[in-house]
Unconditional design. Structure first.
Length: 145
């Protein structure tokens, strides 16, 4: 009778140990397979008289440089437009970078001939914020996964 009573707690202990190890392994495997994502928010002013042309350049039917953004690990790239109380229009951009070397990928993108030509068209439509040469990167203060 005493041996039967001993097996019950041991069985429970073994099952709990097995479950604990399984959960730890599953969490570790998931974390190791997930890449760290750099989330980038940015802002720039746009000349009001260029807004319609800028929208046409970024329309879904214009491939632009979308493939280059993907090639250099930039995903979920979005640009939003808003007129603020100062009377100016601003673009707010967001993308996620999931590559291994952000600086190297951005340097390669900057050398792509099609990207250079794209920027020659788009850059004059925009007005960088004071102290910036182009889009000003914003500080991320919140993220809800």
């Amino acid at each position: 009778m005493k041996m039967k009573n001993l097996f019950k707690p041991l069985t429970v202990l073994l099952v709990l140990t097995f479950l604990s190890i399984t959960v730890q392994y599953a969490c570790t495997a998931k974390n190791e397979s997930e890449k760290e994502v750099k989330r980038v928010g940015m802002v720039i002013k746009i000349h009001e008289d260029n807004i319609e042309e800028y929208k046409k350049l970024h329309a879904p039917d214009n491939p632009g440089v979308r493939d280059l953004l993907s090639k250099y690990n930039m995903h979920n790239f979005s640009i939003f437009l808003q007129k603020l109380d100062d009377g100016n229009y601003y673009e707010f951009g967001y993308y996620e970078y999931d590559g291994e070397d952000f600086e190297a990928d951005m340097a390669k993108l900057a050398k792509e001939p099609r990207n250079i030509e794209w920027l020659k068209v788009c850059d004059p439509m925009q007005v960088p914020l004071k102290g910036h040469d182009g889009w000003a990167e914003m500080e991320q203060v919140y993220y809800n996964p």
